[in-house]
Design a protein around this ligand. Sequence first.
Ligand code: SF4
Length: 204
Amino acid sequence: MTAALRLAEAPAPQPVIRVSDLRQWVYCPRVAWFTLMCPVGKVESYKMRMGRMKEDRLARLQKRRSLHAFRLHEGTVHDNVRLHSERLGLTGMLDRLIWQEGRAYPVEVKFTSGPARLNHRVQLAGYAMLLREVYRVDVPHGYIVRLPDETVDRIDLDAPLMETTNRLLESLREMISAERAPPPSPIQGRCSDCEYRNFCGDVS
Ligand code: SF4
C-alpha cells in the first residue's frame, strides 16, 4: 500500500471540543456557534460578570479543602485539573477533583439559582468521560456547587446522562462539520442578557 493510499484511508482528525463548549451547546446552540465557528466581539453581559465573580469565589472555596459538604469523610482534593483526550476529542479544566478509594468525583462550581440544569449536568458528564478515559476509574457521581450560597447538588453520572451527553457531543460535531449556524435558543429569556444578542438578528 502506498503512503498516499494509507493517507487517504486514515480517518479525518476530529476537532477537539472543550467541555465548556458542550455546556454552551446545551444552553444555546448559537452561543457554541459564535464561540467555535464565528468569533465576534461580545458585549459584556451579567453572566460574564458572574463568571468573574465565580473566579474569586472559586479561589476562596479552593482554599477550604473540607469534604464535609460532599458527605465524604476522606479523600484527596485537586483543584483546576486539566483533562484531555485525543481519542475522545475532548478537553477541559475541572474546578475540583476528589479522589476517594480509587474512585473519582468531579466538582463544578456555578453561579446559578435553582437545581442543576441539563447544561451543568452535561458538563459534569463530559468531565466524567475524560476521567474514565484518562484514569480508567469509576466515576459514579459528581457535584455542582451552587453559588452564592454553596448549595451542593449530587449528580448521578449514570448511563442515561452519559448517553444524552454522547448524543449532544455528536450533534455539536455535526454542526462544526456542516458549518451551518444552528437555530436560536427556544428559550427567549436567555437572549435578553446574552453577550451575542447584537449578532442574532432573528431574536426579539
Ligand atoms: S441572543 Fe439568544 S439565540 Fe442568540 S446566542 Fe444569545 S441566547 Fe442564543
